[in-house]
Design a binder for this molecule. Structure first.
Ligand code: C2O
Ligand code: CU
Ligand code: CU
Length: 483
C-alpha cells in the first residue's frame, strides 16, 4: 500500500478515478497495469566509469531482460543489465571507445547525444546498423576544447529509437570541467518514463500515443520511484539532470531550496542564473547547483502544455508529481568558496551568417500515413537516409529559422553542432543561450545560429519526440570541407 497524497487525490478525484483507487483497507496505487512501485528508497546512482590517461574503454551490452524498475522486478531494456546504463565521465581531449553489443532482437546502434565529435566512420555515426547478435566498435575523440557539461547516450536506429529509449536504453555522459567547481558533492539524475504491465513487461503504446509522443505512466529518477536523498544545510550540490523521456517534457521544481542554473545542454552561462524551476524538453539536460536549506523538499515534475491535435488529443505532458525527496538536516556545513568566474560564452550574433535557411516542421493528414493517420515532415519530406537535405560548408556560421506549422511543439535537435537561439517568434533573445535541443512551439518559429566548425561529415537533425523522429521528422545535413 502506498499512501496517497492530497495532491494526487485531488488529481484522481478530478478524473473521477478516486473510487477505483480505494482498496479494501485504504488507498491503493491507482495504476492497474504495474504493481505499486516501491517508492521512497535511497537514491542510487548509475555506476560511473571514468577515463584514465585520456581513454575510456567500455563495453555496452544492450539487452532485454530482468531488471529492477521502480524497485520491482521488470522485463525491460538496459545497458549492462541496468536502467539507466553506466555514467561515462570524460575530459576534453579524451578518447572514448565503446564496444556496443546488440543482444536485442532488433537492430540498434549508439548515439552520444550532444558530444561534439565526428559523425563519420566509427565516430558518432547514426547510419551504422548493428544487427542482433553483432557488435560494433565506436571510437570517439573529444576535441581539447570540448565544452564541459552533461550529455547522454542512447540508440539511434531509425524506426526503433522511441521503442528502445522508452524501454530503458540510455545513460549519462559527463565531460568534466578543466577546474572542478567547489561543491560538496555531485549527483547524476536521469529522469525517464516507462509503462509496464502487471507482470512488469513493457507496454506498447497506442497509435494515438505515438502520434502525440508516448509518455510513460511511471516517471523515474535513475530508474527509481520517488527515491530519497539527504544533505546538510549549507552544502552545495551539483546536479546533472538528463531528460531521457521519449517524449515527455518536464518542468522541475524543488521548492524550499536555492537553485542556480549553470547551463542547459552544452551551453554554459557566464553567470549562474537563480531559478525557481527548469523546463526540460525531451533530450535537454540541466547543470544545476542546489544550495541546501534545512527542511524536506520535493523534486517535482510538473506538466508542460506542448500543444495538441484539437479533437484528436492533447499533447500535454502530464503532471508527474513528486519525483524524489531531498531532506536537509543536521549541523550546518561550513561555507564553500565562491564559484570561479567563467569565460563569456561565444556569441554568434556578431557574425554575418554565410547562409540563411528556413526549415518547416509539419504534420499532415492522409491515407497510408503514420500513427494517427499523420505524416511528420521537415520541408515537406519524410526522412530518407540516402538524401542530403542541407549541405553546409565547414567553418561557416549559418542562421536557421525553424518554423513549426503544426499545432504541437517539436523539440528540434541537431547533432554535432550546438545551436545559439537568437530569436523566438521573431523577437530577439537577449541572453546568450546555447542548446542542442531547441523547443519550437506550436505554430511559431525560432531562429538559431550554428557554427559548423570542428567537424565535417554527414549527420542528422530531427524532432526529439522520438516517435516523431521514427516517423520521419528528421533530415540529413552534410558539412563539406572547402577543397
Ligand atoms: Cu538524442 Cu539524434 O538524438
Ligand atoms: Cu543527439
Ligand atoms: Cu515532434
Amino acid at each position: 500500500m502506498r499512501p496517497i497524497s492530497r495532491r494526487r487525490a485531488l488529481q484522481l478525484g478530478g478524473l473521477g478515478l478516486l473510487g477505483a483507487a480505494v482498496g479494501g483497507t485504504g488507498l491503493a496505487w491507482p495504476r492497474e497495469e504495474f504493481p505499486a512501485p516501491a517508492a521512497g528508497g535511497q537514491l542510487s546512482e548509475p555506476e560511473a566509469l571514468r577515463s584514465a590517461d585520456g581513454v575510456l574503454r567500455v563495453r555496452l551490452e544492450a539487452a532485454e531482460g530482468p531488471l529492477t524498475v521502480a524497485g520491482r522486478p521488470a522485463t525491460a531494456y538496459g545497458f549492462n543489465g541496468s536502467l539507466p546504463g553506466p555514467t561515462l565521465r570524460l575530459h576534453p581531449g579524451d578518447r572514448l571507445q565503446v564496444r556496443l553489443v546488440n543482444r536485442l532482437d532488433a537492430p540498434t546502434n549508439l548515439h552520444v547525444h550532444g558530444l561534439v565529435v565526428s559523425p563519420e566512420g566509427n565516430g558518432d555515426n547514426v547510419f551504422v546498423t548493428v544487427q542482433p547478435g553483432e557488435s560494433f566498435d565506436y571510437d570517439y575523440r573529444l576535441p581539447d576544447d570540448h565544452p564541459p557539461g552533461v550529455y547522454w547516450y542512447h540508440p539511434h536506429h531509425h524506426g526503433m529509437v522511441a521503442d528502445q529509449v522508452f524501454g530503458g536504453l540510455y545513460g549519462a555522459i559527463v565531460v568534466e570541467d578543466a577546474e572542478e567547481l567547489p561543491v560538496t558533492r555531485e549527483r547524476v539524475l536521469v529522469v525517464s518514463d516507462i509503462t509496464l504491465d502487471r507482470a512488469g513487461r513493457l507496454q506498447q503504446p497506442s497509435s494515438m500515443a505515438r502520434m502525440l509522443g508516448r509518455e510513460g505512466e511511471l516517471v523515474l529518477v535513475n530508474g527509481q520511484a520517488q527515491p530519497t536523498f539527504a544533505a546538510r544545510p549549507g552544502e552545495r550540490e551539483r546536479w546533472r539532470i538528463v531528460n531521457a523521456c521519449a517524449a515527455r517534457y518536464v518542468r522541475l521544481r524543488l521548492d524550499g531550496q536555492q537553485l542556480d542554473l549553470l547551463g542547459l545542454d552544452s551551453g554554459r552561462f557566464a553567470e549562474p542564473r537563480r531559478v525557481e524551476e527548469v523546463v526540460l524538453a525531451t533530450g535537454n539536460r540541466a547543470d544545476l547547483l542546489v544550495t541546501a536549506t534545512a527542511g524536506s523538499s520535493t523534486l517535482e515534475a510538473l506538466g508542460v502544455d506542448r500543444g495538441g491535435m484539437g479533437g484528436m488529443g492533447a499533447a500535454v505532458s502530464g503532471d508527474a508529481g513528486p519525483l524524489a525527496t531531498f531532506r536537509v538536516t543536521g549541523a550546518a556545513a561550513s561555507g564553500l568558496p565562491p564559484l570561479p568566474a567563467r569565460p563569456q560564452p561565444r556569441d554568434l550574433r556578431g557574425v554575418e551568417p554565410a547562409a540563411r535557411r528556413r526549415l518547416i516542421l509539419a504534420m499532415g493528414m492522409g491515407p497510408g500515413m503514420g500513427p494517427g493517420g499523420m505524416s511528420f515532415t521537415i520541408d515537406g519530406r519524410a526522412f530518407d537516409p540516402d538524401r542530403v537535405d542541407h549541405t553546409v560548408a565547414v567553418g561557416t556560421v549559418e542562421e536557421w529559422t525553424i518554423v513549426n506549422t503544426s499545432p504541437m511543439d517539436h523539440p528540434m535537435h541537431m547533432h554535432v553542432w550546438p545551436m545559439q537561439i537568437v530569436a523566438e517568434a521573431g523577437r530577439p533573445v537577449e541572453d546568450v543561450d546555447w542548446r542542442d535541443v531547441v523547443n519550437i512551439p506550436a505554430r511559431s518559429e525560432v531562429t538559431v545560429r550554428i557554427a559548423f566548425d570542428r567537424f565535417g561529415g554527414r549527420t542528422v537533425y530531427h524532432c526529439h519526440i522520438l516517435d516523431h523522429e521514427d516517423n520521419g521528422m528528421m533530415g540529413v545535413i552534410e558539412a563539406e570541407s572547402a577543397a
